[in-house]
Design a protein around this ligand. Structure first.
Ligand SMILES: [Zn+2]
Ligand SMILES: [Zn+2]
Length: 154
């Protein structure tokens, strides 16, 4: 997904790709899951769960926290959404659908809570290899690095 708010065309394309990824995994993008994903695509910096619930409620008045959490569980399991603990937000995957073999690599700015997903296989691979040599396997689906962003450094 682009870093800025997507155009309707980009949004539709992203939803289509997500739907195809779910289908090929034998899963279904139900209307609620689709709605949550669409709201996250519209918010490239990510959303806190309760902000997401507020937005879901404007479309589905009867939505409750479990409605949103179940959809988020599904979307994160599918690799379509990442949970960024340091910034306490859920965020659509910048690569569309994240390959399960690789954890996501994120830079989280402690000043503005901005999040950037790095597409850096070399760095990820080097880290996993180093852990492996010490007998470790990574336990998180996201690697979060606290890093001041260019705007906050300036
Ligand atoms: Zn990702
Ligand atoms: Zn920043």
């Amino acid at each position: 997904m682009p870093k800025s708010t997507p155009t309707p065309k980009q949004l539709q394309k992203a939803i289509d790709l997500a739907e195809a990824a779910c289908l090929s995994a034998g899963a279904v993008l139900t209307p609620t899951r689709r709605l949550v994903l669409e709201l996250l695509y519209r918010a490239p910096q990510g959303l806190k769960a309760y902000d997401l619930l507020d937005q879901v409620k404007t479309v589905k008045a009867g939505a409750t926290p479990p409605t949103v959490y179940r959809a988020l569980d599904f979307l994160t399991a599918q690799g379509l959404v990442h949970k960024i603990s340091k910034a306490n937000v859920f965020r659509a995957c910048a690569q569309g659908c994240h390959a399960h073999a690789h954890p996501g690599l994120f830079l989280v700015c402690p000043k503005c809570s901005g999040v950037e997903e790095l597409d850096d296989d070399v760095a990820t691979h080097a880290l996993l290899q180093s852990l492996g040599q010490r007998g470790y396997t990574i336990a998180a689906e996201e690697i979060e690095v606290s890093a001041l962003c260019p705007a906050c450094r300036a």
